[in-house]
Write a protein that binds this ligand. Structure first.
Ligand SMILES: Nc1ncnc2c1ncn2[C@@H]1O[C@H](COP(=O)(O)OP(=O)(O)OP(=O)(O)O)[C@@H](O)[C@H]1O
Length: 242
């Protein structure tokens, strides 16, 4: 499923946090939203999943204007803060999410087996989430977000606070989900994670400063580090303000 974002703007309390953003995200790839804290990544994801409405512009997923009830079952979302129930087991948490998607019992049981295997939590299925480590909770959140086999998956800073070894495991899982045919949009402020993605949208102060294939973006830099593109953007902004 592809996404068209067209001239989208959003303000909170008169402060513009998304400023006339236009780009298209192709299906079957991993696209990242990369930018410093406060640049607007979460807001843009919330606009794309239809959780909030744009002040101006439009967002379409496969030509369907968002928000749209029809898209709910096709979209998966992993929020920045895990939306899990601590007093329930991993299995019960996933059963709860399955109920929200109206999955029937036998399909749900089968799918819980599958997603727990994908995130490598099968042996922790009956453990209460309050006894999970932070990394295990992240992986369970990921399992919950793909439970209904979404065609498109939004991940908001999924690796924040995760150690480098687990981060590798989690990215391997994203690649696996992509190869199974799901389009992934992932936000991050970790510049190195751009190399995991096919395309990158660089956000700075609510403005899209670049959107292209990661290889093309890196070719624009002198030292092969994507940070440079942010330095150029901040220099030209301060130049314009002088
Ligand atoms: N509901 C809201 N009400 C008021 N301001 C908001 C709201 N949501 C976001 N903002 C503001 O919009 C700006 C962008 O926030 P957003 O969370 O989208 O950035 P981000 O790039 O995801 O940051 P982070 O990496 O820290 O999560 C920030 O200045 C934030 O304070």
């Amino acid at each position: 499923m592809d996404i068209q974002i067209s001239h989208v703007s959003k303000s909170f309390d008169q402060k513009q946090v998304i400023n006339d953003i236009t780009f298209s995200i192709p299906k079957g790839e991993i696209s990242c939203l990369l930018g410093p804290s406060g640049s607007g990544k979460t807001t843009l994801i919330r606009l794309m999943i239809g959780a909030i409405a744009a002040d101006q512009g439009s967002i379409q997923i496969d030509d369907i204007p968002m928000p749209h009830m029809k898209m709910l079952k096709k979209v998966g979302f992993m929020p920045q803060n895990d939306a899990l129930y601590d007093d329930l087991s991993a299995d019960a948490n996933l059963s709860f999410f399955g109920g929200l998607y109206h999955m029937d019992n036998s399909a749900l049981k089968k799918r819980i087996n599958e997603v727990l295997a994908i995130v490598d939590l099968t042996k922790h299925r009956w453990k209460l989430v309050k006894h999970f480590s932070g990394g295990m909770k992240k992986r369970l959140s990921l399992a919950a977000s793909i439970l209904h086999s979404p065609k498109i998956l939004f991940l908001d800073e999924p690796t924040v606070g995760i150690d480098p070894v687990l981060r590798r495991t989690i990215w391997d899982q994203f690649q696996m989900i992509k190869h199974a045919g799901t389009t992934i949009i992932v936000s991050t402020h970790v510049m190195d994670e751009v190399s995991e993605c096919d395309k990158a949208a660089l956000l700075y102060n609510g403005t899209l400063i670049e959107y292209d294939a990661v290889t093309t973006l890196l070719e624009k830099t002198e030292n092969g580090r994507v940070e440079e593109l942010f330095f150029i953007a901040s220099d030209s902004k301060s130049g314009a303000e002088r």
